[in-house]
Design a protein around this ligand. Structure first.
Ligand SMILES: [Zn+2]
Ligand SMILES: [Zn+2]
Length: 693
């Protein structure tokens, strides 16, 4: 039934297609590299991004393109003049290099680039963990087999490792404040004498002339520009900016990867999500549980004052004697004596702040809270107070119990909780997005006269007082200039408006005309968004694995508990033997959890330090299990299960926190679609002002 000849042809076709794929992506890579060397970052990024997007960035042939983007973003970071923009580029370059080394694990230069960007991030943000990550990346680069001892990169990687370790040690407690851009208002100051004179002249004009001032003939505007300095290319760009279809607008949202244009922010945001970010939607059941509203309220309403524990012990004794209770209202009781300890107070304040912000973002996992309470139970020091008293007042069910911890424990939980409830990228990216987004806002509307080529300026210019942003940028068309007839000019603010004219940057004009304005930072943030989406996928698969293991360990624990319940000792069998017979039964069934259960039993019997998640043949598992089942004693098994349980709980706390934080970061970062805005009026208005002068 198979036509061998045809399948053969088919295979050949695929082969050549794949080869030409490689060839194509090599050619475009060379071109992009050349453009980068000529420092045309925009074009170089556009070309590499096209290849990456075409293949969803997941082919081996994409690796050099990712790496080149890493180089480009790193060089943009070097050029950036504010810390936050610099860091956004550095984060993007780290992701680009990581993708490159993921697709091509022997790309030593990607490891090198990644480590270099991470060290720079450590320097910029004063955060030690970046040096640690840099060191491990550089070490992975060194371990690549193809690296020859005489290779330059080898020496450079070793230098990076030394640098990172050195910085880690000197940077222990350094904190750098992020300096948010202190942008100079790039506007030319006009002599107040000139302003006064012009205002005086304006005041003498009649209302009609004033109204006519709002009508700008675009043909004479272009002529005026021809007569002034501008070359053909520039005029072409300006004409493009001036040209709007009547139902469309000045303001548009342009995707920086594909030709898609939207005239509404929400549509643009959905387009980017739909087409360019591979969003991951987890099954509802694997989503980590968050603390409920009741507990969140208790955390947020407390005043978190440190408690004087020795006086507290006295108070407890007195209350027990007098048969008096401690009354908690919403998790807090005012009777506890406050300690006069400024240091503890400050740490508690910071700790509460972290918890409260986590609660308000709805990213505080139950598992983390349970861990905190367990930790507190183990470390609170209330000598001579029996646990049953504390239980009677639900002492450890109220957040206030944390206020009983001493300084050392408080410092520990603060660091522990802080590390996975804060993501420095969010604040940085949002600051950049907001600042650049604000720059594209325009106050004045511009309408068109139908038929003619007249621009009709915003009538509000003839009035006094502030007027808000026009963030729709729609263009209305009117039959004639009669629309101004009802306008009664007031004041002379229009004079300062006309004179307040930023310099016209030819580069900026061409970027607006071609829809590539802010392209570099847009792509950088997209990389960060995509990397959070990817991380979410890997976090969830890790969590599922841990969860299954925890469930199987639970089954094993239940088997042991069942044995303990037999009233007569002769009915009990040794845990290990029970395990063996259950395994023998399960091995004949074919279900998803079989392998994991065998793993758990083997880990327990062998006393493994942590779960091993190995995939072995059933036979290999069974051999090992039946051999050990004759020797391993019950107490050894209980200890082993305890150790594994503890390890799992710690990992689950970690992964739950990471998932929730990452999810929140992802949602926040989507605001970056704001950077898609392009407003032609940013080009048109300064020109109009210049013309009117
Ligand atoms: Zn697109
Ligand atoms: Zn819409």
């Amino acid at each position: 039934p198979f036509d061998h000849k045809e399948t053969h042809h088919f295979l050949k076709k695929i082969e050549t297609a794949e080869k030409s794929d490689y060839k194509d992506s090599e050619n475009t890579y060379d071109l992009a590299k050349e453009l980068f060397e000529e420092s045309d970052h925009i074009k170089a990024l556009e070309i590499t991004e096209k290849t990456i997007s075409d293949h969803h960035g997941l082919k081996k042939s994409c690796s050099p393109h990712h790496q080149l983007q890493g180089d480009i973003f790193f060089s943009l970071a070097r050029k950036a003049d504010t810390t936050d923009i610099k860091c956004v580029y550095l984060f993007a370059s780290v992701d680009a290099y990581s993708m490159s080394s993921l697709l091509c694990p022997d790309s030593v230069s990607s490891f090198y680039g990644c480590a270099r960007s991470l060290i720079e991030l450590g320097d910029q943000l004063g955060i030690n963990s970046f040096y640690k990550k840099a060191e491990s990346k550089a070490r992975r680069g060194l371990s690549v087999k193809m690296l020859k001892p005489q290779d330059d990169l080898k020496a450079e990687l070793e230098d990076l490792i030394n640098l990172a370790t050195w910085k880690m040690n000197i940077n222990e407690a350094m904190l750098v404040k992020i300096n948010v851009a202190n942008q100079m208002q790039g506007q030319c100051k006009v002599d107040t004498y000139v302003i006064d004179r012009l205002k005086n002249l304006w005041g003498k004009l009649d209302e009609k002339t004033k109204r006519e001032f709002l009508v700008v003939d675009s043909t004479s505007l272009i002529d005026y520009l021809h007569d002034n300095i501008y070359d053909k290319k520039m005029i072409e760009h300006i004409s493009k900016c001036l040209c709007v279809d009547d139902e469309l607008g000045w303001r548009w949202w342009k995707c920086r990867i594909c030709p898609q244009v939207n005239y509404c922010f929400t549509d643009c945001k959905w387009h980017i999500l739909d087409k360019h970010v591979h969003e991951f939607l987890p099954r509802n059941c694997s989503r980590p549980k968050r603390v409920d509203k009741f507990l969140a309220d208790m955390i947020c309403c407390g005043n978190w004052e440190p408690v004087d524990t020795s006086r507290a012990v006295d108070l407890i004794k007195a209350r027990v004697k007098g048969r008096e209770e401690f009354i908690y209202v919403n998790g807090w009781c005012n009777d506890w004596p406050v300690a006069k300890d400024e240091e503890r107070k400050e740490i508690l304040r910071q700790f509460a702040e972290v918890l409260k912000s986590s609660c308000s973002n709805d990213t505080l996992p139950c598992s983390l809270w349970d861990w905190l309470i367990d930790y507190t139970e183990e470390n609170v020091n209330l000598p001579h107070v029996p646990g049953c008293y504390l239980d009677r007042w639900s002492f450890f069910k109220n957040p206030q119990c944390i206020c009983f911890l001493d300084l050392k424990s408080l410092k520990y939980i603060l660091e522990y909780v802080k590390q996975f409830t804060t993501d420095v990228r969010t604040g940085l990216v949002l600051a950049v997005v907001d600042r650049l987004g604000a720059k594209s806002l325009v106050n004045e509307r511009i309408d068109l006269e139908r038929g003619g080529l007249n621009l009709l300026l915003d009538e509000r210019l003839l009035y006094e007082g502030e007027h808000g942003f026009d963030d729709l940028g729609t263009v209305r068309t009117f039959k004639s200039t009669e629309i101004y007839e009802h306008v009664i000019p007031k004041g002379d603010e229009i004079v300062s408006w006309v004179l307040d004219c930023p310099e016209i940057d030819t580069n900026f004009v061409s970027q607006v005309a071609e829809g590539v304005h802010n392209l570099e930072i847009w792509l950088a943030v997209l990389r960060i968004v995509r990397s959070t989406a990817r991380k979410e996928v890997s976090y969830y698969s890790k969590r599922d694995k841990l969860q299954t293991y925890a469930n199987m360990l639970g089954e094993a624990e239940a088997l042991c508990d069942k044995e303990d319940k037999w009233r007569n000792a002769y009915q009990r069998s040794r845990y290990a033997l029970t395990f063996r017979s259950v395994c023998e039964r399960r091995v004949t069934q074919d279900n998803a959890t079989k392998c994991c259960f065998l793993n758990v039993v083997r880990d327990v019997l062998q006393g493994a330090e942590s779960p091993r998640f190995e995939v072995l043949q059933d036979k290999e598992f069974m051999e090992c299990i039946s051999e050990l089942s004759t020797t391993v004693q019950n107490d050894v098994i209980r200890r082993s299960m305890c150790r594994l349980r503890k390890w799992l709980n710690e990992k689950l706390v970690l992964i739950d926190s990471k998932i929730l934080l990452n999810e929140w970061t992802y949602k926040k970062l989507l605001a970056f679609a704001k950077l898609s805005a392009i407003d032609n009026r940013l080009v048109v208005l300064p020109l109009v002002k210049m013309f009117l002068q």
